[in-house]
Design a protein around this ligand. Structure first.
Ligand code: C5P
Length: 220
């Protein structure tokens, strides 16, 4: 393993979307390229950490030197994360589907046989909240993300309290902002030495900044 401020630390990070199947060929999912999560994973690895990425379906190469656990659904993502506990740090970067279809049909739904005009949904587990509220084996540092389109800092602050995470990385995903699908991001990290607003930078550079902040918080 490389040396660096995160040497010897175990980091688990979720990335990408989840896909919640309706039938063998259809799913409900979020828009997420996985780029920011993969960039953070690679940066933490460069800083010396042992990194495991629990990844939903994305079309990106595995970040160099990281362990990969590939999943499809929110429930699989939660189970994989729980199995990887305890870790020193947990980072929830995935865009998890909040709901899943109540029923998954074994065979493809056919228009000719009445098709599908409504979908019953049930709530998915909140992975970040589950991990942050563990009584045993809670990671020492739990970091969430909040993608918002209005009152970004206000919503992020209440999200941090509701979910029980230590930091939340807030970004504005309004149309015309750089984050969605692009290679750049502009965020405020709430909970780190007060709040820290970072300038617009590449997702790779933001990964390096976060890795450095984590190193500082862990006293490295
Ligand atoms: O509630 P919202 O989806 O905006 O919260 C975003 C944060 O919560 C992100 O860190 C995301 O990875 C995490 N999350 C999760 N499980 C869910 C929903 C969100 O881990 N079911």
């Amino acid at each position: 393993a490389p040396g660096g401020p995160l040497r010897g630390k175990r980091i688990v990070i979720t990335a990408g979307p989840t896909h919640e199947p309706l039938d063998p060929v259809r799913f409900i999912g979020n828009r997420s390229s996985g780029k920011q999560g993969y960039a953070i994973a690679a940066a933490c690895r460069r800083a010396g950490a042992e990194v495991t990425v629990v990844s939903g379906p994305v079309s990106l190469p595995a970040p160099s030197g990281c362990e990969m656990v590939r999943v499809e659904t929110a429930r699989q993502m939660l189970a994989a994360c729980e199995e990887l506990m305890p870790s020193d740090v947990f980072i929830a970067c995935a865009a998890v589907a909040d709901y899943r279809p109540a029923l998954e049909t074994k065979h493809k739904v056919k228009k000719e046989r009445g098709g599908l005009t409504a979908i019953d949904l049930i709530e998915n587990p909140d992975i970040l909240r589950e991990i942050a509220s563990r009584s045993a084996n809670r990671p020492g540092l739990v970091i969430g993300f909040a993608a918002e389109t209005d009152d970004v800092l206000g919503h992020a602050e209440s999200k941090m309290k509701r979910k029980g995470c230590d930091w939340i990385v807030a970004n504005d995903v309004s149309p015309g902002r750089p984050a969605m699908g692009g290679d750049q991001n502009e965020v405020t990290v709430l909970g780190f030495e007060g709040d820290k607003t970072l300038p617009l930078m590449s997702k790779d550079a933001l990964g390096d900044m976060l890795a450095a902040m984590i190193g500082r918080a862990l006293g490295g």
